[in-house]
Design a protein. Structure first.
Length: 387
């Protein structure tokens, strides 16, 4: 499941183990559990970011807190339903949140910028590259970018257009900018073997080499009161980031100098090891799931061919098709036990694959009346996830 370790990078070395970092500040952390932002906590986080920035590290912040700040400013009830109200709160709170960051970072002579993103901004290749180029340019110019989801235009009913929480957004941003480390800073020490608020026997898991089904089951019922997400969304974010070669740490952002300690390699919180080497940009975009249109289930032989031998996916190895997609769309690939093997660009539509699944490639033309090749997903258009 997860093993407890005490490993630490050598403090005698002047070279830090990470260079580019995305730090996500959750609502529970920024409010200190209250109904308004805690400026003392935010000031401490900003001071740590500034120190790392002046040491030559590259950082991007994904910050929650706009809706909480909007609620407090308008004096509205803690719980207020309805998407238009949430969008109003975001509109009121976002500029105040940025003003606070502007004031705090200016004390360290750091210029800040704001980037508001929606899922639809990144779901096509051009939008993904535009966002990536902008963020990388800000990093190059040593501007501190504060990222948030554009809640004013992203709505819950349009699931494809909304990340839904800043944990997954932060993983996407880390993916966008080729980060080495993603810090998910919250108001809890990390991932526990049970809910620490309910179980006195709960034990902190300090190291996770792979996010197994057992690890995922530990997250049930751990949603916090002030934020949209919880441990579930943090594990989802960690799955995406580690699959892209990024180290992830969940830790309590209220602890003194927590960011400085984590970036230096101290074993605090829960650290998730990357399960693959850094992927090139196109493959990271595919693996993000932003443009996934369907799912293929393959047999054990095909799974082995994909994982062990890096081969293309042929029709003979496909056992199931889910979703409607067209030729050229990105599809997820799973084995018959439900393990996510990776994703790839389909050479055939879902309707075509329903007809040719399980058959030899030589029979494709006869069954369809045309032939786009023997590979349903060519290995050059396939991204595998190691396990």
């Amino acid at each position: 499941m997860g093993e407890v370790t005490s490993r630490k990078f050598s403090s005698s070395s002047s070279v830090l183990p990470y260079r580019r970092i995305v730090a996500k500040f959750g609502t529970g952390l920024l409010t200190g559990g209250s109904d308004q932002l805690n400026e003392q906590i935010i000031s401490s986080l900003v001071s740590q970011v500034a120190k790392l920035h002046h040491q030559g590290l590259e950082l991007v912040i994904v910050s929650s807190g706009a809706i909480a700040l909007g609620k407090y400013k308008l004096g509205l009830p803690r719980k207020l339903g309805g998407i238009p109200y949430k969008q109003v709160l975001a509109a009121v709170g976002q500029n105040r949140l940025m003003y606070l960051y502007e004031q705090l970072f200016s004390q360290h002579n750091i210029t800040v910028a704001q980037a508001l993103l929606t899922k639809s901004d990144l779901s096509d290749r051009a939008g993904y590259l535009n966002a990536r180029n902008t963020l990388l340019a800000l990093i190059k110019l040593k501007v501190m970018c504060i990222v948030n989801e554009n809640d004013v235009v992203a709505v819950d009913e349009i699931q494809e257009a909304k990340f839904g929480d800043n944990d997954n957004l932060s993983a996407m941003v880390a993916n966008l900018v080729d980060a080495d480390l993603l810090l998910l800073l919250t108001d809890i020490d990390g991932l526990y073997t049970a809910d620490p608020h309910r179980s006195p026997d709960a034990r902190l898991i300090t190291q996770v080499e792979r996010i197994s089904p057992e690890i995922e089951r530990l997250t049930a019922g751990t949603t916090t009161g002030t934020g949209v997400g919880g441990m579930i969304t943090k594990i989802e974010a960690a799955k995406l980031a580690t699959a892209c070669g990024i180290t992830v740490v969940i830790a309590d952002g209220r602890k003194k100098d927590i960011m400085l300690k984590l970036v230096s390699g101290e074993a605090l919180g829960t650290r998730f090891s990357p399960i693959s080497s850094k992927l090139e940009s196109r493959k990271r975009w595919m693996l993000s799931g932003l443009s996934t249109r369907g799912k293929l289930v393959v047999d054990a032989g095909a799974a082995q061919a994909l994982e062990k031998y890096n081969r293309s996916l042929l029709a003979a190895g496909i056992r199931g098709v889910e979703g409607k997609f067209e030729r050229g769309d990105i599809v997820n690939i799973y084995d018959i036990k439900g393990f996510h093997l990776g994703c790839g660009i389909a050479n055939y539509s879902s309707a075509d694959i329903e007809i040719i699944k399980g058959v030899h490639s030589k029979k494709i033309a006869a069954l369809l009346g045309y032939d786009y090749g023997s590979e349903v997903v060519h290995r050059d258009n396939l991204v595998s996830i190691s396990r």
